[in-house]
Design a protein around this ligand. Structure first.
Ligand code: ZN
Length: 190
């Protein structure tokens, strides 16, 4: 906990400088405004996305932006305020892969405490067979299991979700898979 940095230097309410300290009644450091007393909590972010299935294939996007530009990922991104996680997953799938999908169910949940993120992937079906590269994607493609570019996947959560899926598919049962991801070294560029 103590190792996390507080990027905020000024209060977003009144623009006065903030000080990092443990507020009264709290148990960890927060950015507290010296002038108005506002406490600025900095909590984990939620990333939502879809494992889009089209027949025996799954939809992957090759990233056109950093981090991990050039690597393949599942369409996913930060949940926005006012959205449900399901709505966010559908929206991100449209933005990154221009794919309209129907959600089946929540499938994988990952804790990534080292970067304070939570990932949630839904299983979804491609509605009309159409998809293309969205703004932050250079290429959208469907892959059968034997063609998955395992060495060129962008993030461990993508590896794990695909591994779970192809294993669970043999039994046609898809229970929610929940796990924590430990940090691991960045792979080479493809
Ligand atoms: Zn303030």
């Amino acid at each position: 906990m103590g190792s996390f940095k507080y990027p905020m230097k000024f209060c977003s309410t009144c623009s006065a400088p903030v000080t990092v300290k443990v507020p009264l009644g709290d148990n960890r450091p927060r950015a507290v405004c010296d002038a108005c007393g506002a406490i600025h909590y900095d909590n984990p972010k939620v990333v939502v996305g879809c494992l889009v299935v089209a027949g025996s294939s799954v939809l992957l996007c090759r990233r056109g932006i950093d981090p991990r530009s050039g690597f393949w990922t599942l369409p996913a991104g930060y949940l926005e305020k006012g959205e449900t996680t399901e709505q966010g997953a559908v929206r991100e799938t449209w933005e990154e892969a221009r794919a309209r999908v129907d959600i089946d169910s929540l499938y994988t949940i990952f804790d990534l405490p080292y970067i304070s993120q939570i990932y949630m992937f839904y299983r979804a079906r491609l509605r009309d067979g159409r998809f293309s590269a969205g703004e932050e994607t250079v290429e959208a493609r469907v892959f059968v299991e034997r063609d998955i570019p395992w060495g060129e996947l962008a993030f461990p959560v993508v590896d794990r979700t695909l591994e779970h899926y192809f294993r669970d598919r043999r039994n046609n049962e898809f229970p929610i898979r929940s796990e924590s991801i430990k940090k691991r070294p960045i792979r080479r560029q493809p």
